[in-house]
Design a protein around this ligand. Structure first.
Ligand SMILES: NC(=O)C1=CN([C@@H]2O[C@H](COP(=O)(O)OP(=O)(O)OC[C@H]3O[C@@H](n4cnc5c(N)ncnc54)[C@H](OP(=O)(O)O)[C@@H]3O)[C@@H](O)[C@H]2O)C=CC1
Ligand SMILES: O=C(CO)COP(=O)(O)O
Length: 317
C-alpha cells in the first residue's frame, strides 16, 4: 500500500495514477467530512471530472492511512506542521510532493523532513506534471530525488505507472530547488504577459530566471545536471508557458491588475520571499526573484520592475 497525505489536486491525481498499477492507495484528508464525501462520491472538487478507482480509499483516520511509503502532498508552508503533529512518521520513507522553500528557515521540503524527523528516509518527487494531466493518464516524466540509493531504486519501481516515467537522482538539493524556484519565475512570466510585455519578454525572463536558479543551486551545492533536467528546466518550461499553472495565472492576474482567488495554492509567492532572503544572505545575484518580491509587496510598480531589470549594468551572458 502507498499512503498519500493531503487530498488536494496533486495527492488525488497521484492516487489515481498509482491505482492504475493495481496498488492499493490510502489517501488521507485532514477533514473528516471532506474525506467521507470523497470516499462516498469517488470525486474530489479540487480535481474535477476524475473518478477515484476502487483501490483508492479516502480517510481522515491517520493511523490507518500510514504505510511504509508515505507521500506528502500538502502545500510547502504546511509541511512542517504536518510532520510535527505526527512524530509516528519517523522511520518511514517520506517522499515530499510539494514545491517550495519554507519561510523563516529557507529550507526545501527534503531539508524540512530531515529537520523534523531525522530518522525518516526523505526524498522528493517533482518535475513537470499538472495534476489533471496525471489523473487523465496523459504521459508525464518526473524526477525522484533520494539520497539513499537502495530506497531510491525500490521507490522508482514502486511509483512508476503506465503514464508516469520516473528518473532517479541522489541530488535532493538540486531537485527541490528546481521545483521551488521555477514557480517564482512563472509568476514573473505571468506578470510580463498580463502586463502586455509580450512573448520575447517572457523568453528573456525564463532564460535569465533559469540563470538565477542555477546560481542559487551552485551556491547550495546542487549538481548542474539536476537543474537542466525535469525538476529544473523541464518544470520551468511547463509552468512558464501554460495557463494550467496556478503560479503563472496568479502572475497574469497581477499583470492585468485583476484580483486572484486567495484560496488557490500559489507556492511561488511565499517561495519568492524565502528565496530572496536566502539569496541576499548569501550574496547570490537573483534580480528577477527580488523584483517579484518587490511587486508582490507593493513596493514596485510592474513597469518600473521591468525597466529596472533592463537598466541593470551590461554584463556577459
Ligand atoms: N496541482 C498540481 O498540478 C501540482 C501540485 N504540486 C505540488 O503539490 C503541492 C500540493 O498542491 P495541490 O495538491 O495542487 O494543492 P491543493 O490546493 O489542491 O490542495 C492542498 C491540500 O493540502 C491540504 N492541506 C493543507 N494544509 C494541510 C495540513 N496542515 N495538513 C493536512 N493537509 C493539509 C488541503 O486540505 P484542505 O482541503 O483541508 O485545506 C488540500 O487537500 C504543492 O506544493 C504543489 O506545488 C506538484 C505538481 C503538480
Ligand atoms: O508544479 C506544477 C507543474 O509541474 C503545477 O504548477 P502550479 O502549482 O503553478 O499549478
Amino acid at each position: 500500500m502507498i499512503s498519500i497525505l493531503g487530498a488536494g489536486a496533486f495527492g488525488t491525481a497521484l492516487a489515481v495514477a498509482f491505482a492504475r498499477n493495481g496498488t492499493p492507495v490510502s489517501l488521507w484528508a485532514r477533514d473528516a467530512v471532506a474525506a467521507k464525501t470523497m470516499q462516498d462520491t469517488r470525486q474530489n472538487t479540487r480535481l474535477p471530472n476524475v473518478n477515484l478507482p476502487e483501490t483508492v480509499s479516502v480517510t481522515a483516520d491517520f493511523a490507518s492511512a500510514i504505510a511504509d511509503v508515505v507521500l506528502l502532498a500538502v502545500p510547502m508552508q504546511k509541511l512542517r506542521g504536518l510532520l510535527e503533529t505526527h512524530p509516528e512518521l519517523s522511520g518511514h520513507t517520506l517522499v515530499a510532493c510539494c514545491k517550495g522553500v519554507e519561510l523563516g528557515t529557507q529550507l526545501g521540503p527534503v531539508a524540512v523532513i530531515r529537520d523534523v524527523l531525522p530518522d525518516a528516509t526523505p526524498g522528493i518527487l517533482t518535475g513537470p506534471s499538472f495534476a489533471s494531466d496525471i489523473a487523465r493518464g496523459l504521459p508525464t516524466a518526473l524526477t525522484l530525488a533520494i539520497a539513499d540509493d537502495t530506497a531510491g531504486k525500490a521507490l522508482q519501481k514502486n511509483l512508476t505507472s503506465p503514464n508516469i516515467r520516473i528518473y532517479r537522482t541522489a541530488d535532493t538539493v538540486g531537485a527541490e530547488l528546481g521545483g521551488a524556484l521555477k514557480n517564482v519565475i512563472a509568476i514573473a512570466c505571468g506578470i510580463a504577459i498580463g502586463a502586455g510585455f509580450g512573448d520575447s519578454a517572457r523568453a528573456a525572463l525564463m532564460t535569465r530566471g533559469y540563470a538565477e536558479m542555477q546560481r542559487m543551486a551552485r551556491a547550495l551545492g546542487a549538481q548542474p545536471e539536476t537543474l537542466s533536467g525535469l525538476s529544473g528546466f523541464g518544470d520551468l518550461t511547463l509552468t512558464c508557458s501554460s495557463e494550467q499553472s496556478r503560479n503563472y495565472r496568479f502572475g497574469l492576474s497581477l499583470g492585468r491588475g485583476e484580483d486572484f482567488d486567495p484560496s488557490v495554492t500559489v507556492e511561488g509567492a511565499a517561495t519568492a520571499r524565502a528565496a530572496d532572503a536566502r539569496a541576499k544572505s548569501m550574496d547570490i545575484d537573483m534580480p528577477i526573484t527580488a523584483a517579484v518580491v518587490a511587486v508582490l509587496d507593493g513596493g514596485l510598480q510592474i513597469r518600473d520592475a521591468m525597466e529596472m531589470l533592463l537598466a541593470r549594468p551590461p554584463k556577459e551572458e
